[in-house]
Design a protein around this ligand. Structure first.
Ligand code: AMP
Length: 420
């Protein structure tokens, strides 16, 4: 029989009720914190025209070249399950003329992303990101504020992390730097791995992402973009760092941290955690002042980050779940058919008044119902039997200290509120 049970696809999984509390906690805190910074939620489509990503992420990236879930739909359109959400958010911003009001538009999102990556710990093919984008400003304080917001979420969850930052220059200083980089790469071409040989020609900056051991000493000796910034980019970077200093945020400047695409400019950052193992990146972000134009819009200076929710949840202690688990305020124990009906009626009445109630549907004994109430973590048990029905008063028991009172139905809601 077991052979007949279909399994989920490799790299995907079900998030079960016992772990979902931690997910909800991270999501709920993200909403609260992002709200404080003036970010509003946006929900874009999960399926998008493939071209959005080939243009918005770049066709010579691993994501677009190897990892996208793309199919032709019934209208013969090439459609892709989103591998990230920045391109979608910028598309939605342009399509809905959100730039109309001027000023900064601050948006956040959360949801599933899809990449056909090699499966390993902390890496899934369907994974979840919480991300934020601020569109419409090139002020370095916006960069610092965005970083502060991401870190503040992690801090509020008690997650230890490190911030790595860099500047990747702009369309003025990067081309001459890339020339310098290409010359350096040509000089050691035969020592590079096959991927880097290709990258050296197609997208030289991406050589810095190479993880192959033999390439590492070569990478260490390559000229860095940070040493070749124009005065404006160097100034922007210095100001971002000064704003971070003002906010008391520690960072490590990493000259080899890059984003390999033209429309990524200036600030690039990553938040890593030592507790995650090989896949140590918790969040990645940066400025993408050129992306709107690539998607057919006007120039919109912008930046954002995406945080891996799957990895974040791995770092949250399991005990935290218990706090967030929805524990019933009241368990209704009933003895006999008439009492069961009454329990259903009282539960309906109390739920309408905002209370969480549970009851047993298996006609168990009072003892087994008390056991279930304890297992669910209920705070109180209301006992309903024939005597109570006849009297119209019920015993309510507080499980914490087993104290018991007599109560009538109209009093229950106020009683529960006073104990909340
Ligand atoms: P990226 O969009 O590649 O900059 O990724 C941002 C963050 O999303 C990373 O730092 C990870 O925490 C998370 N992430 C990216 N890819 C995956 C994946 N395949 N599985 C789980 N988390 C991922």
């Amino acid at each position: 029989m077991e052979d007949l049970i279909l399994s989920s696809l490799p790299g995907t999984r079900d998030l079960l009720p016992e772990e979902i509390a931690r997910w909800q906690m991270a999501e709920e805190l993200a909403r609260r914190i992002f709200d404080r910074y003036g970010f509003a939620e946006i929900r874009t489509s999960i399926i998008e025209p493939t071209e959005l990503f080939s243009r918005g992420i770049g066709s010579d990236t691993d994501i677009v070249g190897k990892e996208m879930y793309t199919f032709i739909d019934q209208s013969k359109r090439s459609v892709t399950l989103r591998p990230e959400a920045t391109a979608s958010v910028v598309r939605a911003y342009l399509q809905n003329t959100m730039q109309r009001g001027g000023g900064i538009t601050r948006l956040y999102y959360m949801g599933p992303m899809f990449r056909h990556e090699k499966k390993q710990k902390g890496r899934w093919r369907q994974f979840y990101q919480i991300g934020a984008e601020a569109l419409g400003s090139d002020h370095p304080a916006v960069d610092a504020e965005m970083i502060e917001m991401a870190l503040s979420l992690l801090q509020s969850l008690g997650v230890e992390s490190r911030l790595l930052i860099n500047s990747v220059g702009c369309k003025n200083c990067r081309p001459p730097y890339i020339e310098r980089l290409r010359t350096a790469l040509n000089a050691c071409h035969s020592d590079l791995c096959e991927d880097c040989k290709r990258r050296a020609v197609t997208n030289s900056l991406r050589v810095f992402d190479c993880k192959v051991e033999n390439c590492q000493p070569i990478i260490q000796n390559l000229p860095t973009v940070t040493d070749n910034l124009c005065a404006e980019c160097a100034g922007h970077f210095a100001r971002v760092k000064a704003y971070l200093d003002d906010a008391g945020i520690a960072y490590e400047a990493v000259p080899r941290l890059v984003r390999g695409l033209d429309y990524y400019v200036r600030t690039a950052f990553e938040i890593v955690s030592g507790e995650l193992g090989a896949q140590n990146a918790l969040a990645g972000g940066g400025r993408y002042d050129g992306l709107s134009e690539v998607l057919g819009g006007p120039r919109v200076p912008a930046l954002g980050f995406a945080l891996g929710l799957d990895r974040l949840v791995m770092l949250l202690p399991e005990e935290l779940s218990a706090k967030w688990k929805c524990k019933p305020e009241l368990f209704l124990a009933h003895l006999g058919e008439a009492a069961f009906k009454k329990a259903l009626e009282i539960a309906r009445h109390l739920r309408k008044q905002g209370h969480s109630c549970h009851l047993d549907f298996s006609a168990g004994t009072l003892k087994s119902q008390m056991r279930l109430a304890n297992k669910l973590g209920a705070k109180h048990v209301l006992i309903i039997g024939d005597d109570e029905l006849a009297r119209g008063t019920y015993s309510i028991k507080r499980l914490e200290d087993s104290r018991q009172w007599e109560i009538t139905i109209p009093q229950i809601s106020d009683y529960l509120k006073s104990r909340a």
